[in-house]
Design a protein around this ligand. Sequence first.
Ligand code: ASP
Ligand code: MG
Length: 414
Amino acid sequence: MALIVQKYGGTSVANPERIKKVAERVARFHSEGHQVVVVVSAMSGETDRLIKLAREIQAQPEPRELDVMISTGEQVTIGMLSMALIARGVPAKSYTGGQVRILTDESHTKARILEIDEKRMRADLDSGKVVVVAGFQGTTEHGDITTLGRGGSDTTGVALAAALKADECQIYTDVDGVYTTDPRVVPEARRLETITFEEMLEMASLGSKVLQIRSVEFAGKYKVKLRVLSSFEDNNNGTLITFEEKSKMEQPIISGIAFNRDEAKLSLLGVPDRPGIAYAILEPVGSAQVDVDMIIQNIGVDGSTDFSFTVHRNDYQKTLDLLNNTIKPSTGAREVRGDNKICKVSLVGVGMRSHAGVASKMFKTLSEEGINIQMISTSEIKISVVLDEKYMELAVRALHKAFNLDSAMPPAKG
Ligand code: ASP
Ligand code: MG
């Protein structure tokens, strides 16, 4: 007997038929003697619909009130799933985040979980019930409803698994695992049998949308055994996120390729090359609540240098205005340039640690396709490049092939 937390995303609970399917799977685990806690998202499209409604009232919705609205989607699906279980003869009980005391801080629409009181869930599980909990929501110490950020039900699932010390947290979604890259771009992409926690963290932060990044961080912190799998197929292993690395022999150099079009590039040309200049540029950017990702500064020539960085594309105009109106005059820079038609393509793999030449192979592959690299950044297990966005698909396909991701041995079944 194991204690399993299963999380089902919006597409898995998109309509009553699918909810009955979920109940069927949960019932099977229950009948095998497992204790099951189920976390559900809202029906797909519901959270978007609620946000749109809110915006029709207020362009920038009041965060506390927005949380009151958008947390309702999950309250609908916990009721429906519990009913579907009870209708099958499986004892079940639904709970909102507040009812099981998922205590969060007060940052509405992006709250962080502080504490979970698992007593009530434990009592239900011990009496043979399936516990169904609303994802994405919590409550402050004053009882105000909070939400955890888009995709936050993943984090609820992992947090409950951590609190209950579950044997496994299974994230059921509309894909059957984590792939070497997005199969919509590279049809030859393969499902990974395992991926390390560190790699998953990079993939999630670099644009692979399979798991909310916070849920991965949480799983890492509490050592939750996490598995991503399809809710539409019955016998699939999905992808296990592991804490151990494979032996060097079986470790591929690259595990996956992530990409996104979420960023924009800004450059300040001809800034004085003196101590404090990076601070003088980035302090106002940070104060404007803009997160900076990549940063490049050239070697100074004749006392001046060029400075480039990337920000989220939504912050592009704001940052461009800030550079033109404030930072250029304050630093005495010569010129401001911006480009929001860029993409970032990244190779991820713990195997990079023990292999030289990954970067040069990446650059050679891109050069053979005639693709110019605008920026580069690296870490121990990742190399990212910024490219013109029109080359994104081409770059990802060429790299997938060059690093043998399409031809690698098929994962063992079983
Ligand atoms: N319903 C929320 C959203 O759409 C949370 C989730 O699905 O994980 O973002
Ligand atoms: Mg999701």
